[in-house]
Ligand binder design. Sequence first.
Ligand code: AMP
Length: 236
Amino acid sequence: MRLVLLGPPGAGKGTQAARLAERYGIAPVSTGEMLRAEVAAGSEIGCQAQAVMQSGSLVPDEIMISMLGRRIAAPDCKRGFILDGFPRTVPQAEALDRLLASRGLALDAVVELAAVDAALIERISGRFICAACGASYHDRYKPTRVRGVCDLCGGSEFICRADDNPETVAARLAAYHRQTAPMLPYYREQGKLFDINGMETMEEVAAAIAARLDALAGETSRRFDVATLTHRGPRV
Ligand code: AMP
């Protein structure tokens, strides 16, 4: 399954992407994570991206498209992937379609997590990450099971994302409305857009997405069965 998860910053894309990746056995691909790794490594891309990310604007399309193209050609994406944070502009969406079409592939669905700005600012301001393994948490919505200890690796040092401060969050939300939201009609016209209310609890959102995608997966495999049954010619 090849999926895109869209939504404003703080809508819960990272958490839902991880769950979906596990549920469908596909690779989670977060362009924000990839960029943060480039910044941490001090690479050329990281140096170009750092100031842009800190300002809350978008990294240029050319950089993102070639980075994403390389990533989804990796072996772990063969069975499918879920993109979190890409595409973010109409040119990125068009480039992704062209990239997949050149390999005889296409997206199966685009899930939009809809949420209101005021709630997003509150959600983002409580986020923190384990410094050792990168697991993400939230003061209110997803605290660690034991206070001050990472559930996954037992680490005890936590950090906040550099771009999770109020000024940058406001700029990221503005960039979402100006550059990313205009992609919604693009996918709606393709009949691939599933809109989900991202304001429910994490569990409710996960259940709503799974219900839509399981139905889609069922349809796809039924279509495949019919095609298999009616295909009488030699297999190549
Ligand atoms: P995220 O972790 O998805 O919120 O991304 C963090 C930041 O990385 C964004 O605010 C952008 O500056 C940059 N970024 C991530 N993905 C993209 C993309 N597809 N296009 C442009 N910039 C991106």
